[in-house]
Write a protein that binds this ligand. Structure first.
Ligand code: U2F
Length: 568
C-alpha cells in the first residue's frame, strides 16, 4: 500500500495509551506541537510532489519504559529526571504517524510478545515465526527483549530493526568478535548490526543515522516580540536536578554572573529550596515544558554547568533567542575518563557540554569558554549582554527537517538487501586527481560517475562522494569535516579496493586485507597498504598515528547533514 500523510493526531494519542507519567508527558508534547507538525507535513508533501511512498507496518517498542527493564524513567518525569529520551520518542511517534505508516506501539513485554506472534513462554524455542512488521523501532533494552523472545527469527529479521541510541554506537563496539578481541566490549553488548541501524539524538558520528527530535518553532511575529521583550540581565541555569549545582569552582563563576545578571533556575524540589542552589537564585521548580519555553523567551542567557550532556534544552533556548554559554572540557570527557560515558559503546571525545551547539551553531548563539578562567568568563558575559541575537533553529531540528529526514531513511535505507556491489567495479568509473577541484597537499580528490547499473542504486547516491586521505592520526570524521563534507560509511565499499590506492598515487609495497576499523588505510613510512576484510567494521570514527586513512566523504544539504544534495 501507499502511504499518505495522516493529520488527525487524536488517533495517535489513543494508540500511545496511558498510565505512565512518561506517556502522559509524551502525549502532552505531541498535542502541544500539533499545529507545528501539521504545517510541516504540508510543506513536505508539497516538496515531495507526487513521489510514491510505501506504507510500512511499523512496530515501536520503547524498551526503557517497560517494567521488565525497570522503567526507572517514568517515576522521575515530574521529579527532574531525564526528559530528553521522552522528547525524542514523542517526536519519532509523531513523525512515523504523520508520514502515514501503520503503527503498533508497545511498552511492555507482554504486548511485545503478542505483537510478534510469539506465544508466551515459547521465546527460546528455535521457531521462526514470520514477522508482521517491515520495521521495528526500539532501543537497547528492547533489542535485548526481542532477542530473548524471538528465538531464531531474531537473527533473520534483525536487519529490520532501528535502535534509538542517544549517544551512538561506533562500529568497533558493534562487531562481536572484534570488540571481544580488541577491548571494545561494553555493558550494551555487540549486535553485529549495520552501524547505520543505530539512530542518535544528535549527529554524533556519521557511522550511525542521525534521528534527532524537534524544537518549538516561532513565526516572524513571535520572533520580533521575543527580541523586543528580552530581559538583557536574565540568565537561566541549565538543569532540572539539584546535583548539577555540585560543580567545581561554582562559587567563583556564579559570583561573576550574579554581578551582571539575575539568575533563574528550574530545579525540582519537594518542599523547600535544595541546599545546593544558592539563595540569590530565583528557582521556579521544575516547569511543564511549555512554561519552560516561556521562561526562555524572556531570558537572555542559558548557562550550562557541564551536565546534562547533549540534551534538547540548549537547542530550545537558542530557538527562543537565548545565548547558550557552556564550559569547555579540557581534557575532553569520554568513556575513558568519565563515569557518565563509561561503558557506552563509543570512544567519542566530548569537548564541551554540548558539542553540537558548539560545532553546528557556534557564535553568536553559543559561547564555549573555560569556566576556570575568570577573565574569559567575565568578558563573555559582558559581550553576550550587549549582543542582539536572533532566535535560531537549525533546519534539521524543525518539524519539516525531521519529517524529511525520516521519510528519506524509510524510503531508501535497506539493511536487508544482500545484493553486494560487484567486486570489479563495472558500474562505476573513477577519475583520479581531477581538476577543477583545488587540492590540498597530501589530499586527493576522486570523482565517481555512475554509469548504467545492474545492481540497485546506492543510497546516498554515489555522485555525492569525494575521497580524501586523512592525516596520520586523524579520523575520517574530521578529515571530511575539514573539507566541508561529512564522512559517509556507505561509500567505504567503493573505495576498499587495491586499485584505489593506485588511483590515489599511493605506493603500496604490500597490500593486506585485515579486520581493523581504521582500514582501508596506508602506513605511509613503510608503504604498507591495508584493506578492510569485514564490511561491518567500516568506520568513520577512529584514528591511529600509524595510519593515514582513506575517507569517503559526501556533500550535505545546508542544515540537514544526514542528507546529501541528491538524497531525496
Ligand atoms: C539529557 O536529558 P535531559 O532530560 O536532562 O535533557 P534536557 O536538555 O534537560 O531537556 C529535556 C527537556 O526538559 C524540558 C525541556 C527539554 O525538552 O523543555 N524541561 C522541562 O520540561 N521543564 C524544565 O523545567 C526544564 C526542562 C539527554 F537528553 C539525555 O539523553 C541524557 O541521558 C541526559 C544525560 O546527559 O541528558
Amino acid at each position: 500500500a501507499q502511504a499518505s500523510f495522516q493529520r488527525d493526531l487524536s488517533y495517535l494519542l489513543e494508540l500511545i495509551g496511558s498510565g505512565k507519567e512518561s506517556l502522559i508527558f509524551m502525549k502532552k508534547r505531541i498535542r502541544h506541537l500539533a499545529t507545528q507538525w501539521l504545517r510541516a507535513s504540508h510543506k513536505l508533501e508539497q516538496k515531495l510532489e507526487d513521489k510514491k511512498r510505501d506504507q510500512k507496518q511499523i512496530l515501536i517498542h520503547i524498551g526503557f519504559l517497560t517494567e521488565e527493564s525497570g522503567d526507572v524513567f517514568s517515576p522521575r518525569v515530574l521529579k527532574g529526571g531525564p526528559l530528553g529520551e521522552m522528547v525524542q520518542w514523542a517526536d519519532i511517534l509523531a513523525v512515523l504517524f504523520i508520514l502515514g505508516h501503520s503503527l503498533k506501539i508497545t511498552v511492555s513485554l507482554k504486548e511485545l510478545q503478542s505483537n510478534l506472534g510469539v506465544p508466551p513462554g515459547r521465546g527460546n524455542c528455535p521457531l521462526t515465526v514470520p514477522l508482521p512488521f517491515d520495521l521495528i523501532y526500539t532501543d537497547y533494552h528492547g533489542l535485548q527483549q526481542m532477542k530473548q523472545h524471538m528465538g531464531l527469527s531474531f537473527k533473520k529479521y534483525r536487519c529490520r530493526v532501528r535502535v534509538i541510541d542517544t549517544f551512538g554506537t561506533e562500529p568497533a563496539y558493534n562487531h562481536e568478535e572484534y570488540a571481544t578481541l580488541h577491548g571494545y566490549r561494553t555493558n550494551w553488548g555487540y549486535w553485529n548490526l549495520n552501524p547505520k541501524q543505530f539512530m542518535t539524538m544528535f549527529p554524533h558520528t556519521p557511522d550511525n543515522s542521525f534521528m534527532g527530535f524537534v524544537s518549538e518553532e516561532l513565526n516572524e511575529t513571535e520572533k520580533q516580540f521575543i527580541k523586543s521583550n528580552k530581559a538583557n540581565n536574565m540568565a537561566v541555569v541549565y538543569g532540572k536536578e539539584a546535583s548539577i549545582w555540585k560543580v567545581q569552582s561554582k562559587e567563583k563563576f556564579l559570583a561573576i554572573l550574579n554581578k551582571y545578571m539575575e539568575i533563574h533556575g528550574t530545579v525540582y524540589y519537594e518542599t523547600q529550596r535544595p541546599p545546593e542552589v544558592p539563595a540569590f537564585v530565583k528557582n521556579h521548580g521544575l516547569l511543564p515544558q511549555h512554561e519552560f519555553q516561556q521562561l526562555l523567551r524572556k531570558a537572555k542567557l542559558f548557562i550550562g554547568f557541564g551536565f546534562p550532556y547533549e540534551g534538547p534544552a540548549p537547542l530550545e533556548a537558542i530557538a527562543n533567542g537565548c545565548v547558550f554559554l557552556q564550559a569547555r572540557f579540557n581534557p575532553p570527557h569520554s568513556s575513558l575518563n568519565h563515569e557518565f560515558f563509561r561503558g557506552k559503546p563509543t570512544s567519542r571525545e566530548v569537548p564541551s557540554q554540548h558539542p553540537y551547539a558548539e560545532d553546528f551553531i557556534g557564535k553568536p548563539h553559543v559561547w564555549t569558554v573555560d569556566y576556570n578562567n575568570s577573565e574569559e568568563f567575565e568578558a563573555a558575559i559582558k559581550v553576550i549582554m550587549r549582543t542582539k541575537v536572533d532566535p535560531y533553529l537549525p533546519y534539521e531540528y524543525t518539524s519539516e527537517g525531521m519529517l524529511e529526514r525520516i521519510h528519506a531513511y524509510i524510503q531508501y535505507q535497506d539493511f536487508c538487501a544482500t545484493a553486494a556491489m560487484p567486486e570489479k567495479s563495472s558500474s562505476h568509473t573513477m577519475q583520479s586527481s581531477a581538476s577543477p577541484f583545488s587540492l590540498q597537499p597530501n589530499s586527493t580528490y576522486l570523482a565517481w560517475s555512475h554509469n548504467s547499473s545492474s545492481s540497485p542504486p546506492a543510497w546516498p547516491p554515489v555522485n555525492s562522494m569525494q575521497v580524501w586521505i586523512s592525516d596520520a592520526g586523524q579520523a575520517c570524521t574530521s578529515t571530511c569535516q575539514q573539507h566541508g563534507l561529512v564522512c559517509e560509511p556507505e561509500f567505504f565499499k567503493f573505495i576498499n579496493k587495491k586499485g584505489v590506492f593506485q588511483q590515489l598515487n599511493i605506493v603500496c609495497d604490500s597490500t593486506e586485507s585485515e579486520m581493523n576499523h581504521l582500514y582501508p588505510a596506508v602506513a605511509e613510512n613503510v608503504q604498507e597498504c591495508y584493506l578492510q576484510k569485514e564490511p561491518l567494521l567500516f568506520s568513520c570514527a577512529g584514528c591511529n598515528t600509524k595510519y593515514q586513512r582513506l575517507c569517503p566523504c559526501r556533500n550535505y544539504r545546508k542544515g540537514q547533514v544526514a542528507l546529501c544534495g541528491d538524497c531525496l
